[in-house]
Design a protein around this ligand. Sequence first.
Ligand code: UD1
Length: 422
Amino acid sequence: MYRFLVSGGQPLRGAVQTASAKNAVLPILAACLLTEETCTITNLPALEDVNMMLQLLRSMGVAVERQGRAARITAAGRVSTEAPYDIVRKMRASYYVLGPLVARFGRAKVSLPGGCAIGARPVDLHLRGMSGLGAKVTIEHGYIDARAKKLAGAALMLEGAKGPSVGATANTMMAAVLAGGETVISGAACEPEIVDLADFLNCLGAKVSGAGTPEVRIKGVRRLSGAEYRPIPDRIEAGTFAAAACITCGDVEIRLCRPDHLTAVIDVLRRAGARVETTRSSMRVCCKGRAKACDITTAPYPGFPTDLQAQFTALLSTAAGTSVVTENIFEGRFLHAMELARMGARIDVKGSTAVVHGVERLSSAQVMASDLRASAALVLAGLAAEGTTEVLRVYHLDRGYEKLERKLSKLGAKVERVADST
Ligand code: UD1
């Protein structure tokens, strides 16, 4: 186990490059199960979640060859159709194998993911997608069991009470590409990662149109081929560096990112007083002096992403004035507020709203986060705090940020990874 020692007070300056998006890579790796031909996924980020997905594929009998930052994946021969609890409990996104397995092999047995630190995360919409395409779905002994001789295209409404679901849209799209006839998904998630998955599926020979809008159409094909594919850059990582630039009153150029995927985030940065300049593939974020308070409401894309809420709550905790942060996607996603309070932040949480009274300075403390993005928020808070903050349990960070301490250090931050003594 490792922790970070973060010494605050250094304005971040320089350039940093984002990696490929974790949330695009994970469904794309699962989609490799849809074909017996080899798929090569390039520019893979060095993340624990990516290792875990590759481990899951290997455990199912899929050939996975890593060559530097690429992986060659071949799901030929005997492939097991089971995703065991042991792996799924470590990474929820393992449920992405559900759609591809039922579509290609007619059977999938995937452990139910169970509870999660950011709130209730049901899978009813995933199951609605599978049964809507004709699979017989049962839940027994903690496993989802889905069976179908051949899936059949259908008109499906996938929006839930909390809005569209990224995971259910991706899973249903992957299942529908090999179904007979046409599928129309209404209430589809519009996230860039859904568009990226559709682009990858189309490279394999699938016929997916409308991805990025609430209505996705899929014409089923008999079989898919292999392909080489490079996933999109990580908008959440880019947004995290942007917040880090602001909280330290720094000046950072974020290279290899997609500012067009970050419109709502750039709007918040500007309202907080940052100067943001963009090109097609980079953005420069410069913040002279303390940020200004501003309100944030998380929403499905193109709204402000829930995956940046914690990092921006950290930023607003040192802003001048009072901000209201409303979390509309995962209601329990404010556990970081209590940890930030240990660093002197003044945050009142009531239900899905946090009222953040900006303080001039945070002070260092030992803190611990319960999930990936909350851990990033604590690192950001540490960059702005007086003294040395210890962020425990950084394995959460390693799931979704590639070498965060190295990238921040290159920008002038004082961040060190140390092994726990016990
Ligand atoms: C994905 C992202 C996660 C991000 C989230 C929202 C991956 C691997 N993870 O998670 O980082 O925070 O999108 O942008 O890409 N819901 C249901 N029933 C379902 C599924 C979801 O009610 O069957 C609800 C959820 O509880 C939540 C909302 O729908 O309130 C959106 O969740 P969803 O988009 O499915 O999130 P994930 O795909 O799990």
